[in-house]
Design a protein around this ligand. Structure first.
Ligand SMILES: [Zn+2]
Length: 255
């Protein structure tokens, strides 16, 4: 798709029309249907669902959470099939997102870095209602089975297929060097203690709060109360923040 068409798509999505000079548009590979380093993979259907869910979702640049200009938003997605198979013999497919940033003085350096290909590592956070064991076919959201991810059974490695995506929360550029596979991290409602450490959730909440309230008042409040929040409360806060259900206006509370 050429730049003019992309801009047309973008302007369908934004409240006011942007010119080509005002915005920086770049593609991101969000996730694929290959088994990742956590021995999990998205089904092809999950990729299609994520393609819907990721439109409008904000991305965060992990290394520099300060300032609202260090974010980008996905305005268009497509599932791209490649002429090869993944490790389980399905046609390889990945979810490509088109993101934009409004150009400002403060994000010029970041844009140069992205252009230079430095920030390619993307992680996504979403919710999968079905988590199917490759060995026995059990949905582990409903009933856990005895198989262990990554362990071999009759010579075949056990992995989990993630399906029935109910939500996409955020995507972020992470400042870690590329690891095995696509560098996908995920968070789920179920198995949350195993999958996403509390510290990571707190970091995600902090980032979301900084986006909504860049002067940091909301973050300070959260720092004060986070110790007393249970896991479920923390998850609920994650969900609400990512669903845009929480709006923060701290002006009233300023001294
Ligand atoms: Zn199983």
């Amino acid at each position: 798709m050429d730049e003019k068409n992309l801009l047309e798509q973008l302007n369908k999505f934004t409240r006011r029309e942007h010119t080509a000079d005002e915005v920086y548009i770049f593609p991101v590979t969000l996730c694929d249907n290959e088994i990742d380093r956590d021995n999990e993979r998205f089904s092809r259907e999950a990729l299609d669902k994520l393609a819907e869910k990721f439109i409008g979702v904000t991305g965060i640049f992990d290394h520099n959470p300060k300032g609202e200009n260090q974010t980008a938003r996905i305005f268009m997605t497509e599932v791209v099939e490649e002429d090869k198979t993944n490790s389980i013999g399905e046609k390889y497919a990945y979810l490509k997102g088109y993101a934009y940033m409004v150009r400002t003085d403060s994000n010029a350096d970041l844009i140069r870095e992205i252009d230079g290909g430095i920030k390619k590592e993307v992680s996504v956070s979403c919710s999968a209602e079905k988590q199917i064991c490759s060995v026995c076919g059990a949905d582990r959201r409903v009933k856990p089975c005895r198989h262990v991810k990554g362990r071999k059974y009759d010579g075949k490695r056990c992995f989990i297929t993630l399906d029935d995506i109910s939500d996409a929360y955020e995507w972020s550029f992470v400042a870690v060097p590329a690891q095995v596979c696509a560098g996908v991290t995920k968070s789920f409602d179920e198995d949350k203690k195993n999958v996403v450490p509390r510290s990571e959730k707190e970091a995600a909440i902090n980032r979301a709060l900084m986006l909504k309230n860049p002067d940091g008042v909301a973050k300070k409040l959260f720092d004060c109360v986070k110790e007393s929040l249970g896991d479920e409360e923390l998850d609920e806060l994650c969900r609400c923040l990512s669903a845009g259900k929480v709006t923060i206006n701290c002006d009233e509370y300023k001294m």
